[in-house]
Design a protein around this ligand. Sequence first.
Ligand code: GDP
Ligand code: CA
Length: 344
Amino acid sequence: MRIVSLAGGIGGARFLRGLLAAAPDAEITVIGNTGDDITLYGLRVCPDLDTVMYTLGGGIDEEQGWGRRDESHVVKEELAAYGVEPQWFGLGDRDFATHIVRTQMLDAGYPLSQVTEALCARWNPGVRLIPMSDDRTETHIVINDGQGRRAVHFQEWWVRMRASVPAERILLVGADEAKPAPGVLQAIEEADAVILPPSNPVVSIGTILQIRGIREALEGKTVVGVSPIVGGAPVRGMADACLTAIGVETTAQAVLELYGAALVDGWLVAEEDAGVRLDGVRVEARPLIMHDTGSAAAIARAALDLAAELSAARSRPDGGADTGTGTGTGGDAGLGDGAGEGAR
Ligand code: GDP
Ligand code: CA
C-alpha cells in the first residue's frame, strides 16, 4: 500500500508516528512544509522538516514537540554574548549541527530534497520525506503594530510575537515560481490514499497546497483529512490566529470548507464536532486527541479505513453515490490571492 501524507511540524509529525504504527508495511511518502524555513546566522533552518525527521527518528524533545532531546544551548548563549540577533529563536547545540550540514550541502549545490534525504539517512524516519519544493518559498505575515504596516517573516510573528499582533494577510513569497520537488507529483499519482494530518490548515497544509500542481494532483485521489480543530479551538498552538487572518472561523466545519469537497473526500472530526457536514464529503467522528503513539495510531487507522472505503466506493460502477464531488472551493481565494501578492 502506498500512502502520501502532507505534513507541517508537531501535529503532522505526531500523526505520522501513529500512521507508521497503524500501517507498518505501507510505503509512506511525506510531503513536508518548507514555508516556515528561515536563514539564521547564515544557516538554513527547516523547522517542519526537522520536526518530522526528529520525531520519527527518535531524536525529538518530546515535551516541547520540536528540537532535539538532551539539548544544550551553549552556542545560543555565546551568540547572545556577542549581541547577535535574533535572540528570540531557540536553536540548541545539537540542532545547530543539522543546520550546518544542511547549509554546507545547499552551498555545495545540492537541492533541498537531496539534502533532506541525506539528513534522513542518519535518522531513518521510516518514511520518504520530501520537501514540498526545492525552490525557496517563505511565509510572510503582514501586520500593523504601531511601527506601521509591514511584512515580517512567519517565524518572527509566530515565535517572537506569539501571534499576538493580528495578521492582516498571510503570503507565501515565491509561490508563483516554485515547482514541486522531484518525486512529489509522482508519489501522489501512485498513492492508494492521501492523508491530510491535523497540521495547521493555513501555514502548513495551506502552504503546500499553493505549490503549483500539488492541489490539482491531490484532487484526483482519495483524500482523507483529520481536523486540527476540536470543539472550536486548535488542540495546541495558535492556528486560530492564522485562520482569522484569512477570514475563516476556527471550527472543524470551516476548515473542511476551506479545503473544499473538490480536495477532500473524507473528514475526521472529534466527537463534539459530529454535526459537521459538507456535500460530497464523508464526515466521521472519532476521538482526535493524540495523547501518545497509540491514540495517534487509532486516528491514522480510522483515516486509512475511511480512505479504503471511499476508494472502493469510487471504483464501483455508480462512482460511489455518497462521495460525489461538491464545489467547496470557498477557501481558495484567501490562500491563492495571498500567494500572488506575496510574490509581487
Ligand atoms: P507546527 O508546524 O509545529 O505548528 O505543526 P503542524 O502544522 O503540523 O500542526 C499544528 C496543528 O496541530 C495545530 O493546529 C493543532 O491544533 C494540531 N494538533 C496538535 N496536536 C493535536 C492533536 O492531538 N489532535 C488534533 N486533532 N490536532 C492536533
Ligand atoms: Ca510549522
